[in-house]
Design a binder for this molecule. Structure first.
Ligand SMILES: Nc1ncnc2c1ncn2[C@@H]1O[C@H](COP(=O)(O)OP(=O)(O)OP(=O)(O)O)[C@@H](O)[C@H]1O
Length: 322
């Protein structure tokens, strides 16, 4: 379906992306992650046909996606791209914006479709309000609804929830990705939030300095991280000496997530608490162990300076790595 081969695009000033290769099938969801400035937006725009590539190709089925040199209006017609800037019409209402790309020949169907999206994205209260008067989060929801009103074959989302508050984010995220799966819409989205990635993507690509350093099913990207950079995109991570913690078999250093280490009474390893952060269901704690810092979890509250012992679920860690 989507085939990206040896893609390279450099902005003026020589920053950009290179050596990008991947394929997606219909209905697949791909999360693109990486530190700020690594090239996520550039990749999303390149796939959309926003740039004239310096090298490589992008195909959707048998059609090559070409840049502005070949198209008056940049962007492949079967795709929708939702930029960080939204691109809405400010002086018309939310509802009119959502209906913008619908055919004028079927008004009752249009109404049904836009009502469904207004409901899906909690826009009932602002549907008659002009877009210029909406908050950032409301605009973002209108832009998502507009992009789906006439469902594309592939949707490209650039940080789709960046302006949406936590209160609505979880519900909207579930609804959006359910809608895309139900309608078999292929999706590629750039994000900084691990909570977008793990539950909602089939595949994950990790970018660093404009290159793809991992592209695998999300489950594997998380469970068998290639290095500290890759693992740390999902949160804190420890790089532990395998021999010190009985984790031999893979490499000298093993990447272990904090939830795999916990404070237990009379456990093997002894350390001292350096810091503790309340996380609701648990505490994330930093332990000084033989002058190195280890992130772990604790069910009970602990205090800075406490002498504690901690253990690792070695079997589970080794299973994850295999
Ligand atoms: N129009 C442009 N002209 C010149 N350089 C650009 C342009 N757009 C992006 N860049 C540069 O290209 C690199 C990649 O930028 P890009 O916006 O793709 O990164 P990103 O991973 O999406 O970043 P962020 O997470 O901060 O949104 C950066 O160094 C950026 O400064």
């Amino acid at each position: 379906m989507l085939k990206v081969k040896d893609l390279a695009y450099f902005h003026k000033g020589d920053t950009g992306i290179t050596e990008i290769n991947f394929e997606l099938q219909k209905g697949d969801h791909l999360a693109v992650i990486g530190e700020s400035g690594c090239g996520k937006s550039t990749l999303i725009k390149s796939v959309y046909g926003f740039f004239d590539l310096q090298k490589g190709s992008v195909y959707w089925k048998d059609e090559e996606i070409l840049g502005p040199a070949f198209n008056l209006v940049p962007g492949f017609r079967k795709f929708k791209h939702l930029s960080q800037e939204f691109d809405l019409m400010p002086f018309t209402t939310s509802e009119e914006n959502i209906q913008k790309f619908l055919s004028r020949e079927t008004p009752s169907q249009n109404k049904k479709r836009s009502d469904e999206l207004i409901d899906l994205f909690d826009l009932e209260e602002v549907k008659h309000q002009k877009v210029k008067t909406l908050s950032g989060g409301q605009k973002q929801r209108v832009a998502i609804a507009q992009a789906l009103a006439n469902p594309p074959e592939l949707i490209l989302l650039d940080e789709p929830f960046s302006h949406i508050d936590q209160f609505l984010k979880h519900r909207l995220r579930r609804r959006l990705f359910q809608f895309l799966k139900k309608n078999k819409i292929t999706c590629m989205f750039a994000t900084h939030d691990a909570e977008d990635v793990l539950p909602f993507s089939d595949f994950t690509m990790i970018l660093k300095d404009g290159k793809s350093i991992d592209f695998r099913p999300t489950f594997q990207v998380y469970n068998q991280p290639k290095n500290v950079y890759c693992a740390s995109l999902f949160g804190d991570v420890n790089s532990l000496e395998a021999s010190e913690f009985g984790l031999e078999g893979h490499q000298e250093k093993v990447l272990v997530y904090p939830h795999e280490i916990d404070i237990q009474e009379n456990a093997t390893y002894k350390g001292r608490i350096i810091s503790s952060y309340f996380k609701g269901s648990h505490y994330l704690v930093e332990i000084d162990y033989k002058f190195t810092s280890i992130f772990a979890t604790s069910k009970a509250e602990v205090y800075i300076g406490d002498e504690i012992s901690f253990g690792l679920d070695k079997e589970k860690i080794m299973k994850r790595l295999n």
